[in-house]
Design a protein. Structure first.
Length: 191
């Protein structure tokens, strides 16, 4: 039985992705990513935007409109640091993990939402690493924990075409796959 995610897990996922984001060059912003419809710029905007968006969602219990900001025009890393601090603070407040959170696709307990955000933050760090030629061997222990949780949570109905369903069809992981590669493959990425 897998344990629930914690704010420490969220911090680790953010830290992993931050270490990748810190090494993305401006000349890589239009590069393709494992997320079919996104270039590196779009992926950075998602990663940074979600850190801020999930903090507001956890604080209010209701998802705000998705921001349309291009964080790459400013200091994306500083904005991400702010979003990380806000998200960790929001999820660490008393009662947040027990309250129901209203998201665009339905309601979930805060603890389940924390698991989704932790997996999202970590996996998009893998996407960014893959897109920019960085190592995808990211936090092996956390990757293994997230894979175990994803296997228990993700139902076949959650899989489908890019932009239609949250996850693509499960892909085979290469024989020498890292834990992060195996998680990415399970979530529909070509590892």
């Amino acid at each position: 039985m897998s344990r629930h995610m914690s704010t420490a897990d969220l911090e680790r996922a953010f830290a992993s992705t931050r270490s990748v984001l810190a090494n993305v060059g401006a000349d890589q912003l239009s590069s393709p990513t494992p997320c079919q419809s996104w270039q590196v710029r779009d992926l950075i905007n998602h990663v940074v935007g979600v850190s801020l968006w999930c903090a507001e969602t956890a604080n209010t219990g209701v998802a705000p409109p998705t921001p349309e900001t291009d964080f790459t025009l400013g200091d994306a890393l500083a904005t991400y640091d702010d979003g990380i601090a806000r998200a960790v603070d929001a999820f660490g407040r008393p009662g947040v993990l027990d309250k129901m959170i209203t998201l665009p696709f339905g309601q979930l307990p805060g603890a389940a939402y924390l698991g989704i955000i932790t997996t999202d933050a970590f996996t998009h760090g893998w996407d960014l690493a893959r897109a920019t030629g960085q190592s995808t061997d990211l936090d092996p222990a956390l990757a293994a924990q997230l894979l175990e949780a994803a296997r228990a949570f993700i139902q076949p109905a959650f899989r489908g075409d890019d932009g239609v369903r949250p996850f693509g069809p499960e892909q085979p992981a290469p024989p020498n796959a890292t834990n992060a590669d195996a998680l990415a493959a399970f979530l529909g990425r070509q590892a």
